[in-house]
Design a protein around this ligand. Structure first.
Ligand SMILES: Nc1ncnc2c1ncn2[C@@H]1O[C@H](COP(=O)(O)OP(=O)(O)O)[C@@H](O)[C@H]1O
Ligand SMILES: [Mg+2]
Length: 315
């Protein structure tokens, strides 16, 4: 078992009567990628703000790299890198000048700082544009520079708060690849997102957050087990087709957990859709039904969220 690098204990943030983060406790181990997945307003940024010592918790504490965010924020800040949701860049300065500013804040200077700036600019693929003013950058480039700032002082743990929001799909892909590279090189990451696909791609473990509360926490397969490890197949037939008899016939197939007739279709729940498909096609043929479409949905983090809250992640 790897060493625990972060342990949050009952973290809570209230704003007057309302509660933004409600009694959050979780751990992150060295080398792990942990995602906080939740809709807008769930409390992700507030949590990150407290862990980065930028917001004072109403109650609770967290230990990061052995130091308390309450009693030793300076040591915590040295151990972590923070890529905020809102860009923290000077538009009229170039990438190097922005990095030099942040480097100075961390007490870096001279040739050490210069060497490190080259390294992070290379890591985020901005070396060739390093002398252009940030205001000439695309949204994706600004995001990448934001990441470079977070990496500059060689943090042990990197916080990334929705780093792909508001950019085009291609830039998003580049950033996700970059995060993958960081993870591959051994970085420990706390990543927040409201995109189920990103949490699925990147995370070892996921905490699902809603209305300030952690409502589920575990590996992806542990979370999927909450909804049952079933594929859902929707088979659609020509309109007006009689489907009740067909659903009964499907139900009799060994391996079909449940089959329900709908208007012009049948919803079938199975352990493994790829294995069941040929059997379902044979039975459909026997009933002289011609299939128009098949939709297969495997249980994913979206279905977990739906199962737990009755709502979609993005609504
Ligand atoms: N400074 C503040 N004053 C009052 N309410 C706030 C403040 N900051 C955040 N909130 C509220 O706390 C909740 C969580 O916000 P936030 O952490 O930004 O969510 P997320 O990052 O998941 O979208 C929201 O309901 C938000 O309106
Ligand atoms: Mg946020």
């Amino acid at each position: 078992m790897q060493e625990t690098i972060l342990r949050a204990n009952g973290l809570t943030k209230r704003y007057g009567e309302s509660i933004a983060v409600d009694d959050l406790s979780f751990e992150i181990r060295q080398g792990e990628t942990f995602s906080l997945l939740g809709p807008n307003g769930a409390g992700k940024s507030t949590t990150i703000g407290m862990l980065c010592c930028l917001l004072e918790p109403t109650s609770g504490d967290a230990m990061i790299a052995g130091q308390s965010i309450l009693s030793n924020p300076q040591a915590v800040k040295e151990a972590i890198g923070f890529v905020p949701q809102d860009l923290a860049l000077y538009q009229s300065l170039n990438a190097r000048q922005n990095l030099a500013f942040w480097g100075a804040m961390y007490g870096m200077r001279g040739s050490e700082l210069n060497k490190r700036m080259d390294e992070v600019l290379e890591q985020v693929n901005l070396l060739d544009r390093a002398k252009d003013r940030v205001e000439t950058y695309s949204g994706g480039m600004k995001r990448r520079l934001n990441i470079a700032v977070g990496l500059l002082h060689r943090p042990k743990l990197l916080f990334m708060d929705e780093p792909t929001v508001g950019i085009d799909p291609q830039s998003r892909r580049r950033i996700l690849d970059m995060v993958q590279e960081l993870i591959g090189a051994g970085m420990t990451v706390l990543y927040t997102t409201h995109y189920m696909e990103e949490a699925e791609e990147l995370s070892d473990r996921v905490g699902i957050i809603d209305h300030g509360k952690l409502i589920a926490l575990g590996t992806q397969s542990e979370l999927r087990q909450l909804v049952g490890e079933h594929d859902r197949m929707l088979l659609s037939f020509e309109s007006g087709a009689e489907t009740v008899g067909l659903a009964t016939a499907f139900q009799a197939i060994d391996g079909v957990l449940n089959a329900t007739a709908t208007e012009g279709g049948v919803i079938v729940s199975v352990a493994n859709s790829a294995e069941m498909l040929p059997h379902l096609l044979t039975v459909s043929g026997n009933h002289n039904r011609s299939l128009r479409a098949i939709e297969i949905s495997e249980p994913n983090l979206e279905s977990v969220f739906l199962h737990l809250t009755g709502r979609a992640l993005r609504e």
